[in-house]
Design a protein. Sequence first.
Lengths: 248, 377
Amino acid sequence: MSQPLIAVEKVSKSFGGVRANSAVSITVEEGKITGLIGPNGSGKTTLFNSIVGYHPIDSGSIKFEGREISKLLVPQIARLGLLRTFQQTRIYAEMDCVQNMLISVPHRNATLTDMFRAYPAELQDEAEHLLEFVGLYQKRHLISGDLSFGQQKLLEFAMALMNKPKVLLLDEPTAGINPTLINGLIDRLKRANQEFGITLFVIEHNMRVVMNLAENIYCLAHGELLAEGHPEEIQNDQRVIDAYLGAH
Amino acid sequence: MTGDNTLHGPARTGGDGVPRRKIAINADTTPWYIYAAIIIFGVAAPFIFPAYTTQIALLWLMILFALTWDICGGQMGYNSLGNIFFFGAGMYISAVIQVGMFTDVGTYTSARGGEQLVLDYGDYFFSLFVGTIAAAIGCVVLAIVLGRIVFGLRGPYFAIGTLGLALAARELAGTWEWIGGGSGIAMPVYPGQPHEKSVVFYILFLLLAVLTFVFVRWLYATRFGLAINAIRDDEGKAEAMGIHTLRHKLVAWSSAAFLLGMSGAIFGNLTGFIEPLEVAFPAATFGIFMVVMALLGGKGTLWGPVIGATLFHIVKEVTWTYLLGWQWVALGLLIVINVVFFQEGIMGWMQRKWPERFGITVDQRVSADKAGEEASR
């Protein structure tokens, strides 16, 4: 692998006097699952927002497939194939599940006349297949706002897969999900990575999940990069343990 | 996957009974006899109620108003208070083009109505046709240019921004002497009898309303329909999914502008005299009516604006006839009842009451789960 898929270099971002990220450098390798952990308020979501273009960064550089993307707008970055899901799950609440899926098709090469075309029947098959993959096939004609929070989270994940991204940034995919469903979700995340070839970059608070899932983990604390390594290295890193127990 | 089934039980909507079909987004399930009844009424009305031809012509205009407002307001979640701008702009564009085809506009307007443009049938309808097309195209250009500014605004700011646009246009038209300023501009005189004129314009408004309905019915069934629904539900999410949000918003507003521009051109010719406050930019009457009608019938639905416009127009005409002096009170009461008790409008209320008739699937168990989840938070 010559270049990483995402290369974040010395990115800093402040909100007023709060330094949310200071000189953070991370890389996400293509085809792998990378984890991002850290105590509350350590700047994980800020880093995600910087990558996908929600706010301009103060300094540093963010490259996607070798291309500088820190000046691009949110939809432009999404169309490159760099997609994120939200910590507070966001779906189109007044549309049914299949409609949510259909509108999530990639818009990479959408021309002006494409918007007036109908959906070919194969797309419905694809949508239903992915809904089955996340376990929502039975509920595919329900208005998505009526689903439970955990089901909405699964729908959001399926919508992201429908978009065929190259890399998917998941902000706490298991937060608020029934513990009995978490194992199923981990399994689906791994299958998305292996079968669909989607690179994953995951923020996760649940240590069992992230240790199980990620091949490489970054730990942030107070907006700075604290540690990087394989799950076992991170688990045994005294600085990480201190950060979580509040010794900082 | 089986895990889900045991958790929530098999959903009532099991896939097995649903036949495979081509993808129909926002499919229109209206029975054919409703369309037939409307068309028969539309064609027969001027013969059955000859005294009310113009009132019924205005009903078609009201339906067009509500349907075009609903493209942005209902389906896309952008509540414009300034769509009347395109009505007036279209009216003025057609006036300038139609007068300019036969005489100098500046000289004509400076005569302050002392000059009349009398044309024969051929010239009249040709100028009406050219003026209407020009109004439609001109309004699309205006929508694309101004849309780039106002679509930077969200929520109430968009509503106020568009209202400001309509009011600014009204003031501008009132001071621009070349187009007649505050004293207005007289349209070419219809060459035939008054009754014949009212029937001709009745047909034009009927055709325009049918065109509008057929257009939005098709529009909501394409990808475009889903995309503007997505913008309505969560625009930030739509952006994060890579949807060309500005492109969709501009097309939605331009579509409304195209139809409103044409309706303005035809209304101007029906009235025969254009002035900025009451005829071209009546922001406080037509401008508000289009919002109220869509809300009354149920915004974001295909039929809601049609039902709302019809009910509103009937109430308005009846109160103007039998409750003169109290007509605004009656209309105000209707609006209050609507926004306090029927926020989702007539169609929205019916869809909630009988969801299966509208092809909406409701899973009681899921709703119960959701309610429990929210209660336990």
